[in-house]
Design a protein around this ligand. Structure first.
Ligand code: G6P
Length: 615
């Protein structure tokens, strides 16, 4: 939700800022803006427009974009419709301060009322403008410096924010602050960068400071970054070296990030398993389990909290952990859990799954569970993000940055970590027999190769997808481990093609969805040869009797379903618990191709954002 970039140094700021915004556009893309202090006139130039970063570029083509200091923003609207007035940066009435913001100021209405009472005039409908007006009002009415005014203003603010502020009177300083929304300071040679994540900075430096909640960074040209809290106490922060490289965040010849990320999955899973899966000795090593045996081996239960695609991975995790470890597991939407007064104690372990590591609801669920004594295990992708930093321990999925808004490689990475977690824990608890343990490890090791095989089906999936672009509704069915796959397939389709799609456990079809089935509603069925195969075959017969078209995901060589289905995609054979890693791939490809055929913006679907840092 909203991307923030900042620069101060010896280069021209604008090119750095715009490139950075493009890297952060996955966070929000309904409007964009930039503020620069001109090296020609010393004026504070603010340019903003509705639309994407490319629209901003067109808008500034005849403007003064000089300056070696600037801040820029790409927006996902919360308060106020997406238009150029509500776009950031916002400027204070005096015209001296420009501010960009990611997050929500919850008490903005009462602050706005107070400021209007003092004669402050507002131009936009945003909560952000309230903040910049408040800071300027405090500064001028109390005649104090900008830092003190920021500290005082933030003390009266309720909500979440990452902000950066420019002061026209001081072209050598940016002030930035964070609470519950991510912010990273990049440190170069005589230059500094700001970013919502490290991707806008890595071209220039790999040295970063991840700001913590309550931090205010004072970045002065030619000096060391100073980090203070609201009471002006100076804080020490480690400088971290980031390992991102440029190739990881560029499209590499693919037309969209989503397709690139679908195709990266075999390599991603190898990275995810590297050093953890040892086929020679038949063992899985997760250091977080070894180091925390006393908390992890015998909990009363596991509670998995997550949102969106990560919640689907959690449903697979439940089956894995209960099946292998014989410990009860519940799966909760983080957004519900955080307000539910859950009965948890220090005997429970909460697993938080989040690709971005920044999802506000998941982070709040973690804080709640922690406050009640639960031990927290994080499964995240973004290194150094807020959730891994708030958990007691965890395992990164190591699939590299995911840019496409529709999650693909993160899902298979999450499932892979959950498989490793369940196996390692079951082994440590003695609840899995050696033969089964070794079999699943060996199979897991072959998954990247089998994924390659699946990816070869891309052209065929594209052909199949073309046929189904007419549909307004889709049903996805699966059972057991493949029920969450059905949910994920439906989510992918609706996210990027805007076709209504629902996922169901196949047997539930008769309790409602069957009423919708007719020749206009294609049904995707995952019908692999496992314990419930015969039952799913009966479901397919029921669907065909109602004249719907069936797209089936089947085990290699299945002639029974092939004879009934309108289109079939075969999966290489594997053990049942690993089928989701393969069955998801054609569903991702299908969603992608349907959306492309319909001319939709695959990487930046309407109304969505990659990292949901607000409630
Ligand atoms: C957003 C994204 C989804 C993602 C969900 C949870 O809705 O568009 O792709 O699954 O957030 O995100 P997380 O980063 O916590 O996994």
């Amino acid at each position: 939700m909203c991307g923030i970039v900042g620069y101060i140094g010896k280069r021209q700021a604008y090119p750095v800022l715009v490139k950075g915004l493009k890297r952060l556009e996955y966070r929000g893309y309904d409007s964009a803006g930039v503020a620069l202090i001109s090296s020609e006139s010393n004026s504070l130039n603010v340019y903003k427009t509705k639309g994407k970063v490319s629209d901003l570029e067109a808008y500034v083509s005849d403007k003064d974009i000089t300056g070696t200091i600037g801040i820029a923003h790409t927006r996902w609207a919360t308060h106020g419709e997406p238009n150029s007035t509500n776009a950031h940066p916002h400027i204070s009435n005096s015209g001296n301060l420009a501010l960009i913001h990611n997050g929500i100021i919850e008490n903005y209405a009462s602050l706005k009322k107070m400021l209007i009472g003092k004669g402050v005039e507002f131009k936009s409908n945003t909560d952000t403008e309230v903040l910049v007006q408040l800071i300027d009002y405090i500064r001028t009415s109390k005649n104090i410096d900008l830092l003190s005014a920021v500290q005082m203003a933030l003390r009266s603010v309720i909500g979440a924010y990452a902000i950066a502020i420019l002061d026209k009177e001081n072209p050598d300083q940016i002030i930035a602050a964070r609470k519950s929304s991510p912010l990273v300071v990049g440190i170069g040679e005589d230059e500094f960068f700001l970013g919502s994540d490290a991707s806008p900075l890595i071209e220039y430096t790999n040295k970063v400071i991840y700001l913590d909640d309550g931090d205010i960074a004072v970045i002065n040209r030619g000096q060391e970054v100073k980090i203070v809290d609201f009471n002006n106490t100076e804080l020490n922060h480690d400088v971290t070296e980031v390992e991102l490289n440029l190739a990881q965040i560029e499209k590499g010849g693919f037309p969209h990030f989503m397709l690139k990320e679908i195709f990266e999955q075999p390599e991603c899973l190898k990275d995810c398993m590297r050093g953890r899966v040892n086929v020679e000795v038949g063992q899985i090593i997760l250091s977080s389990i070894i180091d925390n045996r006393s908390r992890l081996l015998n909990p009363r239960r596991f509670i998995i909290v997550a949102c969106g695609t990560s919640w689907h991975a959690a449903l697979i995790g439940k089956q894995l952990i209960e099946g292998f470890c014989q410990i009860p597991v519940s799966v909760e939407y983080a957004s519900e859990f955080r307000y539910s007064n859950p009965a948890i104690s220090n005997k429970d372990v909460v697993i938080a799954i989040s690709q971005s590591g920044e999802t506000a609801d998941t982070l709040a669920a973690v804080e709640l569970a922690k406050s009640r004594g639960a031990f927290i295990f994080g499964i995240c992708n973004a290194i150094g993000s807020s959730i891994p930093r708030a958990t007691h321990t965890g395992a990164y999925i190591h699939v590299g940055p995911e840019i496409g808004v529709a999650s693909t490689k993160a899902f298979t990475g999450q499932v892979t970590v959950l498989v490793m977690f369940a196996l390692a824990l079951a082994d440590a608890r003695g609840t899995i027999d050696r033969a089964q343990y070794v079999k699943v490890i060996n199979e897991l090791n072959t998954i990247p190769e089998k994924m390659e095989e699946m990816l070869k089906e891309n052209d065929r999936v594209k052909e199949i997808s073309r046929i189904f672009t007419y549909a307004h509704n889709f049903l996805y069915l699966g059972r057991g481990y493949n029920y969450p796959v059905a949910l994920e397939g439906a989510l992918k389709l609706k996210e990027i093609s805007y076709i209504h799609a629902e996922g169901y456990p196949a047997a539930e079809m008769k309790h409602g969805p069957i009423a919708l089935i007719d020749e206009e509603m294609p049904v995707v069925v995952i019908a692999t040869k496992n314990a419930l195969y015969e039952k799913v075959v009966s479901n397919i017969q029921e669907i065909k009797a109602r004249k719907a078209r069936v797209i089936a995901i089947v085990s290699k060589g299945d002639e029974v379903v092939r004879s009934m289905a309108d289109a079939c995609i075969e999966l290489p054979e594997t053990v049942e618990c690993l089928e989701p890693l393969l069955a998801t791939i054609p569903l991702q490809m299908m969603a992608y191709h349907v959306a492309v055929c319909k001319g939709k913006d695959v990487d930046q679907p309407r109304n969505l954002a990659k990292s949901v840092t607000v409630e």
